[in-house]
Design a protein around this ligand. Structure first.
Ligand code: PLP
Length: 451
């Protein structure tokens, strides 16, 4: 793979179609081509180093090029890289399934392997739908979603998404859903508790009227990441769980972004002692090494599919080629072992506290920083035009992108969500790196927008 670095840049611009990217804009800029990683840093073909403030879009956990994870991958590759889970099982997928049942909330006893966040959610939707068909409640076919929700990019996942910029183009292809507001305290006229109760009331009214046709409520627990790191008020998730119980509707939680320590607990729903009926996990599952996901289900869900012959409709006819992939499962096991050895996520508490202390010290006084919010290592910094009135910038101002570009030029990799700057680093980030990261965000905000 010894291709001249300038030629690589040319090939990148010519042949690679980048995700979530306007290519006409992309090709105007000098591409950054990553060659290797060291700790929490990415190194490009020019030898430039970037501290990764977003953990390769929220999946990296222990940093790059981690000895224990590399070894797990190599050792597995020398045995077998992949064999199918259709009619066969394999060693790491079996051990990992048991492990996942142990570390996830009590009651999620069954692991259906998928490939990535989108397929994990797609499977969750089909599972919930078929569950009610098998239970004889054939009218329960609809899903409730939150405004600004994001669950991936396949059509089912897009149908339960609520981000117009990404999703409205495909509306003819999407199935019908019910939408409730997102509990977004910064943009709510009232206290956090009022914000929570307002949305719970909306959900209650909807379920009261429509529960007979509703299969499940779908939710990113505690933090809606892609929406701009919206942090839900305390008690919201618990309230949703109670309403789902009251109206006999399943609760599907998407822990794809929040799982594996990102909020300061292993899974976000553990903050409120909630067990969903179905839960999707992916990003941090392999510490950001390999695409692997799982859709986990309770006994109640699993047992509805139990028995009968293939013609009886009780089989879950779903599964992907690389389901239960050995390389992914082996790395996931090594990842969970590292969590145990490092005492994650409990041992992260002082570092999380330090992060917010530094953010508040450096950024809270800046005149265009409207809100600094987060849970654990998921942080959003919302830039506003007018701090008093909370008036936002126009999308034409492109503030998130302009500031983020400056941050990257200064040696920290980040990617914004509209006007919200994002921080979601590997859990392994050090205090010195936190200092450098926060200082860089501050400098970039001041240089682009003034102080
Ligand atoms: C990233 C993400 C997904 C989609 O995962 P992919 O692996 O990109 O398909 C789904 N849900 C949430 C909450 C995510 O953050």
């Amino acid at each position: 793979m010894n291709v001249d670095k300038n030629l690589l840049k040319e090939w990148d611009k010519t042949y690679v179609w980048h995700p979530f990217t306007q290519m006409a804009e992309y090709v105007q800029m000098e591409p950054i081509i990553i060659e290797r990683g060291e700790g929490c840093w990415l190194v490009d073909t020019e030898g430039n180093k970037y501290l990764d403030a977003v953990g390769s879009i929220w999946c990296n956990v222990h940093g790059y090029n981690v000895k224990e994870l590399n070894e797990a991958l190599c050792q597995q590759a020398e045995k077998i890289a992949h064999s199918t889970l259709l009619g066969l099982s394999n060693v790491p997928a079996t051990i990992l399934a048991k492990k996942l049942v142990e570390i996830t909330p009590e009651g999620l006893n069954h692991v259906f392997y998928t490939d990535d966040g989108s397929t994990a959610m797609e499977s969750a939707l089909k599972m919930a739908y078929q569950f009610w068909q098998l239970k004889g409640k054939k009218k329960k076919t609809k899903f409730v979603k939150l405004d600004e929700a994001y669950h991936g990019d396949t059509i089912g996942s897009v149908s339960i998404g609520g981000i117009d910029l990404f999703h409205s183009m495909f509306k003819e292809l999407m199935f019908e859903t019910y939408k409730i507001p997102s509990p977004y305290p910064y943009r709510f006229n009232g206290t956090k508790e009022e914000c929570r109760d307002y949305v719970l009331q909306k959900l209650k009214e909807l379920l009261e009227e429509k529960h007979e046709e509703i299969a499940a409520v779908v939710l990113e627990p505690l933090v809606q990441a892609a929406a701009g790191i919206i942090v839900h008020p305390e008690g919201f998730l618990k309230g949703v769980r109670e309403l789902c119980n009251e109206y006999d509707v399943l609760l599907i939680l998407d822990e794809v972004a929040t799982g594996f320590g990102k909020t300061g607990k292993m899974f976000a729903c553990q903050w409120e002692n909630v067990t969903p009926d179905i839960m999707a996990i992916s990003k941090g599952l392999t510490a950001g090494y390999m695409p692997l996901a799982a859709t986990m289900a309770t006994d109640r869900v699993y047992e509805a599919f139990w028995g009968g012959d293939y013609g009886s409709g009780k089989t879950f006819f779903h599964g992907h080629t690389f389901t239960g992939n050995q390389l992914g499962c082996a790395v996931a096991l090594a990842n969970i072992k590292l969590f145990e050895e490092k005492g994650y996520p409990e041992s992260l508490a002082p570092k999380i506290e330090y992060l917010y202390k530094r953010l508040n010290e450096e950024l809270s006084e800046l005149k265009h920083v409207g809100d600094i919010r987060g849970k654990g290592f998921m942080v959003g910094i919302e830039l506003v035009k007018d701090k008093k009135t909370k008036e936002g910038f126009s999308w034409k101002d492109n503030v998130g992108r302009r500031v983020s570009r400056r941050i990257v030029e200064k040696g920290v990799f980040t990617r914004p969500l509209g006007p919200v700057l994002v921080i979601m680093p590997p859990l392994a980030i050090s205090e010195d790196e936190i200092d450098f990261m926060v200082k860089t965000y501050k400098e970039a905000i001041v240089e682009v927008l003034g102080n």
